[in-house]
Write a protein that binds this ligand. Structure first.
Ligand code: CTP
Length: 404
């Protein structure tokens, strides 16, 4: 039978607590399913279980010192954390939860946690009074708001002799959570997705440019969700203030023609192009080398010329690729989007009404309608851009596999 977690890299963080012995069992279950496990322990964890146990079962040295004599081992773990599919902290103490919530990094495990940008599962284990303390609750809320999954501790007899909620979730149920996180949506494995995001910026002179208020959030959400679902992602990004995502190829550009060059370079090897970028339609005919002076000028006349329509070009060039566009409309949403779908030979277009208040460009949410050449328009409710990203990727996956 194939191993369910083959080729999956998991960082297992172990904190100090009596339940650290259960992490040994968890490690055993993970490796039995084929996962590559990189263990990191806090100094307190070593009071409960020796690193040798974890080293023997994982077949790798344990990362427990930031400034290790054995720097090869630390580098191996830092690289593993960069490319890992999941980080599991079990047991997670109140202290580690606090550090993760507030970005503190004063030991090996908290340093790994802050340098990891993939999915994280935290399994708290502590005394029930600590677990219900408002400070711990607030820190857990912070982690949840960042998308961290919490494996709720069980209720039962605690190490301190009392009974309450605080026992580390049992390794079997942790494995179920881990499998859910790792396997449920690995449905875009080896699909090559090219995503564009953000605005373009057309210089007028050395200090001025023409651009638009696109934040890049929609494109980045699609790129990150596609990565989480196993896709090989290339993100071509105009200038944004968003942190650079990891686990994908990120190519930065400024102007529409730079974006065009990158898209056309990577398009031939892509399976899917998702063009969320708000590409500027016009650029100054020439860029002045010197700053334009206001003196003696009553008006400034700029001559703009149209930029190339990148999506139109991709639609023309496509062979096996699926091409998905976005449409920013301020009226006649469906008709205008349908026209773009037809004109640019798209397989799908996501239309949004940019005149509606509180959604679109800079916002974390949007309300979009998805159109395909044959189907009825699908009007989605107001959703977070990360949720729209997942739903759109579901539609792309279905269309690629020939499902409605
Ligand atoms: N697009 C593109 N290259 C351009 C302009 C737009 O690839 N030079 C892409 C956008 O990324 C988007 C789609 O075309 O996926 C539609 O963009 P939109 O701005 O809504 O429409 P335009 O085609 O530019 O037409 P108009 O501005 O007249 O509505």
């Amino acid at each position: 039978m194939p191993l369910a977690l083959k080729n999956k890299k998991v960082v297992l963080g172990v904190c100090g607590g009596i339940s650290a012995y259960k992490s040994v069992e968890l490690l055993r279950l993970l490796t039995k399913e084929g996962a590559e496990v990189y263990v990191s322990m806090t100094q307190n964890a070593k009071q409960f279980v020796g690193p040798l146990t974890f080293e023997t079962l994982s077949g790798r040295s344990v990362y427990d010192e930031v400034f290790d004599q054995n720097s090869a081992a630390s580098m191996e773990h830092i690289r593993a954390a960069e490319g890992a599919d999941l980080m599991v902290v079990a047991p997670a103490t109140a202290n580690m939860i606090g550090k993760m919530a507030h970005g503190l990094a004063d030991d090996a495990l908290s340093t790994l946690a802050i340098s990891f940008s993939g999915p994280v599962l935290v399994a708290p284990a502590m005394n029930d009074k600590m677990y219900s303390h408002p400070a711990v609750r607030a820190n857990i809320e912070i982690l949840i708001s960042r998308g961290v999954k919490i494996a709720e501790p069980e209720t039962g007899e605690l190490a301190c002799g009392t009974t309450g909620q605080g026992r580390l979730a049992d390794p079997g149920s942790l494995m179920n959570e881990i499998k859910k996180l790792l396997l449920e949506k690995a449905d875009l494995e080896s699909v090559n997705i090219l995503v564009t995001a953000g605005p373009t910026r057309e210089p007028i002179d050395p200090v001025r440019y023409i651009s638009n208020p696109s934040s890049g959030k929609m494109g980045y959400a699609i790129a990150e969700k596609a990565r989480d679902r196993g896709a090989d992602v290339t993100l071509v990004s105009g200038p944004t203030h968003l942190p650079q995502p990891v686990g994908m190829r990120v190519l930065s550009c400024q102007t529409a023609s730079e974006m065009e060059a990158l898209v056309l370079e990577y398009f031939p090897r892509a399976d899917v192009l998702v063009m969320t970028a708000a590409v500027g339609d016009f650029a100054p005919e020439s860029v002045l080398k010197e700053k334009i002076k206001k003196r003696d000028k009553e008006a400034l006349h700029l001559k703009l010329h149209p930029t190339k329509d990148i999506l139109l070009e991709a639609g023309r060039l496509k062979t096996r690729q699926m091409v998905v566009g976005f449409a920013a409309e301020s009226g006649n949403l469906i008709e205008s989007a349908r026209e773009k779908l037809r004109e640019k030979r798209l397989d799908m277009i996501v239309a949004n009404d940019i005149s509606a208040p509180g959604i679109g460009f800079q916002s974390d949410s949007n309300q979009v309608t998805i159109l395909t050449p044959d189907g009825e328009p699908e009007c989605l409710p107001l959703l977070k851009k990360t949720e729209i990203a997942d739903l759109l990727l579901d539609r792309i996956r279905n269309a690629r596999s020939g499902k409605a």
